[in-house]
Design a protein. Structure first.
Length: 362
């Protein structure tokens, strides 16, 4: 499965410019609302220096990086959950994504119009988050009404599902995202089939100028119940309204203050993956070395399916070498002699950097 990340935000906030930078494509980025109608899709390789080092040890020339799909979705406006600005169509596209990149305009440029005529990042964040929340609330209420008609008090599983949706409705009506609730694994499995927007991981991209001429109040952001500052990444626009590809900044916070430091394009992509809790395991052999991206806390049998369904259907065990041990000893025979190859079962929680050989029989 290729991880999909959708770019959302108000019109004219720089979504297409960000998309062009990440994907290195050149889709239109015009100075008017709804320049993008149909979503633009790009595939991005996830950089990982460990791949090359593994390949050198095995004298393998064929190196394949894992990828992430970036989807540029048209701008949302207030009332999108009720169909304003083709909102229902755009919201449907967001539901198909695994994660959301929420672009917030924080730069001042009188030549680039703002759909609400002035720059107010906190208001804009609230507008988009509210529309996502209202869309999920509407979906929950439809599910609730349907289940109310079908509910059988003698069906325990039905009652559990009914109560679960009630919890979701209460959370959303309170103005909080579903991802802030604690769910059991079984409950999450039920909810994910509905593709709730507020259950998805979200990254905030602050589109800003280096001189901070937007009067962002970091203290106010701390008070926003749906904004986690650990998932905020600022980027810098140049005067032509295109992202500076070699000067993308990452935000860190300490005692309510902003700190900036320069990072390159590859670091931006890696930071994005880290914020989305994505991990990497490797498959390696004389013909090919390859990285595979997976969501943290996945088991061996779950990640085996990423390679091929037969790997999970006929799963026997996983032979695992840690990346650190592999690079340290650089020889499979020696690694085996030292007992550094572990055999793990289907419930093993895969760790970032594991080099895995799956044994299966179908």
């Amino acid at each position: 499965m290729v991880y999909k990340c959708g770019i959302v935000g108000l019109p004219n906030v720089g979504k297409s410019a960000l998309f062009n930078t990440i994907t290195r494509l050149n889709i239109p980025s015009k100075n008017f609302p709804f320049c993008t109608i149909e979503p633009n899709i790009g595939i991005v390789s996830i950089p990982d220096n460990r791949l090359k080092k593994i390949a050198v040890c095995l004298s393998t020339k064929n190196v394949i990086h894992s990828v992430i799909t970036i989807i540029d979705i048209a701008g949302l406006v207030k009332g999108a959950s009720k169909g304003e600005g083709l909102g229902n169509k755009f919201l449907k596209k967001i539901r198909e994504c695994n994660a959301i990149m929420h672009v917030v305009r924080c730069f001042i440029n009188n030549e680039i119009t703002h759909v609400y005529n002035n720059i107010n990042p906190l208001r804009d964040i609230d507008i988009i988050n509210t529309e996502l929340l209202l869309s999920d609330l509407g979906l929950c209420e439809k599910i609730f009404q349907k289940q109310s008609v079908q509910k059988d008090i003698n069906d325990v599983r039905h009652s559990v599902f009914f109560n679960l949706i009630q919890r979701c409705i209460y959370q959303l009506k309170s103005g909080f995202f579903l991802k802030d609730l604690v769910f059991l694994k079984e409950e999450l499995k039920i909810l994910r089939q509905y593709q709730f927007l507020t259950l998805k991981p979200m990254i905030y991209i602050f589109n800003m100028t280096k001189d901070m001429r937007c009067n962002i109040n970091i203290n106010e952001l701390y008070k926003d119940k749906n904004v986690d500052l650990s998932t905020v990444i600022p980027v810098v626009l140049d005067h032509k309204h295109s992202i500076q590809t070699n000067n993308i900044d990452v935000l860190s916070t300490q005692k309510n203050r902003l700190f900036f430091f320069d990072v390159d394009f590859n670091k931006f992509i890696r930071h994005l993956c880290t914020s989305l809790c994505l991990k990497t395991f490797f498959t390696a052999g004389p013909k090919e070395v390859r990285s595979w991206t997976f969501k943290a806390e996945k088991t061996a049998i779950q990640v085996a399916k990423l390679i091929h369904t037969d790997f999970s259907k006929g799963f026997i065990r996983a032979q695992i070498i840690s990346y650190i041990d592999f690079i340290k000893y650089r020889n499979l025979i020696k690694i085996k002699q030292l007992g550094k190859i572990r055999s793990e079962g289907k419930k093993y929680i895969v760790q970032d950097g594991d080099i895995i050989n799956f044994l299966f029989n179908v």
